[in-house]
Write a protein that binds this ligand. Structure first.
Ligand code: GLY
Length: 378
C-alpha cells in the first residue's frame, strides 16, 4: 500500500483514486478485525466498543455506506446494514439518546433509506427527527443539549444535527421540522457565532423565559476561546442550513466561521484542539476538526459562484493533503483507524492524541466528495 509521505500538493487531484483504493483496503481490514463493534476511540491501533447509544455510533456505518455508494460493493452494505436497527433499540429501553440523534441516524437510517429504499430505515429516521424536535425549547429557540440537569443548555454540535430535521421536513412534506431547525440555526447565528467568526461551545439559557444567560467553554479552553472542532461543526452546519433553506444569512455565517478557522491555522493546516490556548506550542492537535472543516469547506464552495468558491476548495484540499501525507495510518494495515492525533475532550484530559471515528468518517466523506460523490449524508 502506498503511504503518500512524499505526495506534493499539486499531485493530490491525480492521486485521489489511489487514496480511495487504499481506503477501501483499509476499511475492508477494519470490517474483519472490528466485527460488530461500535467504535469511538482508537488507541494503539485498537478501536474500543462503545455503547450503541453513544453519540458516535453512526460514524462507522456512515463510512461503510459511503464506500458502498461509491463502489456498489455489498461487503460495505452488509457490515453497515443493522446499525440503524441497533441504535433504534435505544428508544425502547433506558438510554442516553439526546440532541446527537442526527449524528446517529443520518449516517445510518437516512442514508440507508436513500441508497436502498428500505422503509424501516425511513421510519427510523423520521422517528429520530420527532425525538429531536421534541427537544426544542420554544421560548428560547434552541434544541436542548444532553440529558443532565442543565436543561437550559444548547451546544454548537447541534448545528450538524439539524440536518435530520431538514431532511424530515422534505421527506414528509411538513415544514414544522424545518421551522424548528431554522429557529435553532438562528439562535446559533445570534448567540454562538461571534463578530470575529469564532464560536463558543455552550450557550446557557433560562429554560423558563428563554433568555440568553452566558457562553461557556465546554470542550474548549474557556468561554471566549475557539474550540476547533466546534468551529468545524458551525461552519459545516451553517453551510447545510443554507443548502436546505436557501437563506443567505446561513451561508454568510458559514463563510465567516470558515474565515476565522483558516486564518487561525498554522502552516501545517492541522488545527490545535483550541485556537485560543495561551501557548499553541506543545498543545495537541485535533485531526477530526481538520477533516470535518475540510468537508464543510467543500459544502460552502458548492453554493458560491465558481470564482468565489475556489478558495474554499483549495483550502479543503490543503487540509486533506496534510492529513493524507502525515496523519493516515497507511503503513499499518492492522491498525484499526485511519487518522491519528485526534483530540476528544482536552479540558477533561479524555481521549487526547487518539484515533476518533468521526475524524475517520469526515476524512472518508471528504475524499468521496473530491471524487464527485454527491449523495450527502449531512
Ligand atoms: N460532543 C461532540 C464532540 O466532541 O465534538
Amino acid at each position: 500500500m502506498r503511504d503518500f509521505k512524499n505526495l506534493k500538493f499539486e499531485e493530490l487531484d491525480d492521486n485521489l483514486e489511489a487514496i480511495s483504493e487504499n481506503l477501501q483496503s483499509k476499511v475492508k481490514h477494519m470490517i474483519i478485525s472490528m466485527g460488530n463493534k461500535s467504535p469511538h476511540v482508537g488507541k494503539n491501533g485498537i478501536y474500543d466498543d462503545m455503547r450503541i447509544d453513544w453519540w458516535t455510533s453512526g460514524f462507522w456505518p456512515g463510512i461503510l455506506w459511503i464506500m458502498n455508494d461509491m463502489t456498489g460493493k455489498d461487503i460495505y452494505k452488509n457490515a453497515a446494514w443493522d446499525f440503524d436497527e441497533r441504535i433504534e433499540q435505544c428508544f425502547v429501553r433506558e438510554s442516553n439518546l439526546h440532541h446527537d440523534v442526527g449524528f446517529q441516524f443520518l449516517p445510518t437510517a437516512v442514508v440507508k433509506y436513500k441508497i436502498t429504499g428500505d422503509m424501516d430505515a425511513r421510519r427510523r429516521g423520521l422517528n429520530a427527527a420527532n425525538f429531536l424536535a421534541g427537544r426544542f425549547n420554544i421560548v428560547g429557540n434552541f434544541l436542548r443539549a444532553w440529558n443532565q440537569d442543565k436543561i437550559g443548555w444548547a451546544i454548537i454540535d447541534s448545528s450538524m444535527n439539524i440536518s435530520l430535521l431538514f431532511w424530515a421536513a422534505e421527506e414528509i412534506k411538513d415544514p414544522r421540522f424545518k421551522h424548528i431547525a431554522k429557529a435553532h440555526a438562528d439562535t446559533v447565528v445570534r448567540h454562538f457565532i461571534r463578530e470575529d467568526g469564532s464560536v463558543c461551545h455552550i450557550g446557557s439559557f433560562d429554560p423558563e423565559s428563554g433568555e440568553f444567560i452566558e457562553s461557556l467553554g465546554g470542550q474548549g479552553y474557556g468561554p471566549n476561546s475557539a474550540w476547533s472542532r466546534g468551529q468545524s461543526w458551525a461552519l459545516y452546519g451553517m453551510a447545510n442550513a443554507y443548502k436546505y433553506t436557501g437563506d443567505m444569512k446561513y451561508l454568510r455565517a458559514a463563510q465567516k466561521v470558515a474565515h476565522f478557522f483558516l486564518a487561525s491555522l498554522s502552516e501545517d493546516y492541522i488545527p490545535c484542539w483550541d485556537f485560543r490556548v495561551p501557548e499553541l506550542q506543545d498543545e495537541p492537535k485535533d485531526t477530526s476538526a481538520a477533516a470535518c472543516a475540510a468537508s464543510g469547506l467543500l459544502e460552502i464552495a458548492k453554493h458560491l459562484p465558481e470564482e468565489e468558491g475556489r478558495m474554499y476548495i483549495s483550502a479543503a484540499k490543503r487540509i486533506i493533503h496534510a492529513l493524507t501525507k502525515q496523519y493516515v495510518t497507511w503503513d499499518d494495515m492492522d491498525y484499526e483507524g485511519l487518522l491519528v492525533e485526534g483530540t476528544g475532550n482536552k479540558p477533561n484530559n479524555e481521549n487526547v492524541n487518539v484515533s476518533l471515528i468521526y475524524g475517520d468518517y469526515f476524512y472518508v466523506e471528504c475524499i468521496a466528495k473530491l471524487l464527485g460523490w454527491e449523495n450527502n449524508i449531512f
